[in-house]
Design a protein around this ligand. Sequence first.
Ligand SMILES: N[C@@H](CCC(=O)N[C@@H](CS)C(=O)NCC(=O)O)C(=O)O
Length: 237
Amino acid sequence: MIDVHYWTTPNGHKVTIFLEETGLPYNIIPVNIGKGEQFKREFLAFSPNNRIPAIVDHAPAGGGAAIPVFESGAILVYLAEKTGQFIPRDLRGRTDAMQWLFWQMGNLGPMSGQNNHFSQYAVEKLPYAIDRYRNEVNRLYGVLNRQLADRDYLARDYSIADMASYPWIVPYERQGQKLEDFPHLKRWFEAIRERPAVVRAYEKAKAVNPNVGGIRTAEERAILFGQTAASVQAAVR
Ligand SMILES: N[C@@H](CCC(=O)N[C@@H](CS)C(=O)NCC(=O)O)C(=O)O
């Protein structure tokens, strides 16, 4: 059994999509980040960056002690290697999938997060910051669109690279983007959206938190947007 320390955000959805696709048994442990549960000492013990998702695999390959993994990209690679699924086995295919996975982790995720922050959450609406991140996300949608012009999925076959990027395209309207401007991306998005495993993953999210993607309350904002080193140092091991 795999414990998934999870909240209903794009990085959380990546993991439930993978698990639904493969049918690996898993147990969701909600970590309500709006309530500050990511700072609990028990959670920080295996997720030192105080972010979801994290997993604990109680039945790792080869036996032995449970293996905890944090960072959604590392989790996807771990699970792909555990199951032998959704990562190409040959050198070229694997390298292709890994570079698009890392691209998502270093570009699409962080830039979309900042875009959302400055356009939706920031009390002071700063045109420079809003334009900067909306334009950068627009560029990244263009990168995806170009990559998908001559292939169905980012690394040809559906892989962890697609599972990493898809949840970040779901909120495209809030990101200030129009899918009509990116026809290849739109076709890819719609194909993944219809996958039964993806549908199930998003249904699970609604069951855990009916307010998925909702606007943050004042209490949530104070927890999420006021963090400093003191926030993590307070929870001493
Ligand atoms: N690079 C990390 C990012 C994880 C991340 O930012 N998680 C957000 C939710 S999508 C979180 O836990 N936020 C809690 C907080 O900001 O305190 C990953 O991909 O796992």
